[in-house]
Design a protein around this ligand. Structure first.
Ligand code: HEC
Length: 109
């Protein structure tokens, strides 16, 4: 959690903000995001690694700016960020394990 928080601040909070509320119509919120609530942790790991583009809807708002990839993050760092994000905003307490992140990242589509 602690490592995940500092990685979040390094790699995500520029856009999603420290409080996870996003940036107006450009960057969707993580805080109370209906999208994040149903997003599987494996898919979140892929999204962090490879980015996301295309149109998505979060809490009824449309977003279509691309989110950048993070090719240099290791499976451990990604697992830490996933754990932090899910425990903070996904209402999913618990650890997301490195082994799962490794496997997920190999199978991203
Ligand atoms: C340059 C700005 C930027 C950065 C940095 C960024 N994102 Fe995003 N993020 C976006 C945008 C824009 C979208 C919407 C993408 C789309 O519309 O396809 C998004 C979508 C998301 C979503 C799904 C929608 C939601 O709000 O629930 C999650 C989860 C997410 N980002 C998490 C992260 C995490 C974790 C990091 C750090 C590893 C991160 N983002 C870094 C801009 C960013």
């Amino acid at each position: 959690m602690v490592a995940g928080r500092s990685l979040y601040q390094q790699h995500c909070s520029n856009c999603h903000q420290d409080d996870g509320k996003g940036l107006a119509k450009l960057v969707p919120p993580l805080h109370q995001s209906d999208y994040l609530k149903v997003l599987k942790p494996d898919d979140l790991a892929c999204q962090i690694k490879y980015g996301l583009s295309g149109t998505i809807y979060v809490n009824g708002e449309m977003y279509r700016q691309p989110m950048p990839s993070n090719p240099r993050l290791t499976p451990l760092e990604i697992a830490e960020i996933v754990t932090y994000v899910r425990n903070t905003w996904g209402n999913e307490p618990g650890l997301y394990e490195v082994k799962k992140a490794e496997k997920a990242i190999q199978n991203c589509n």
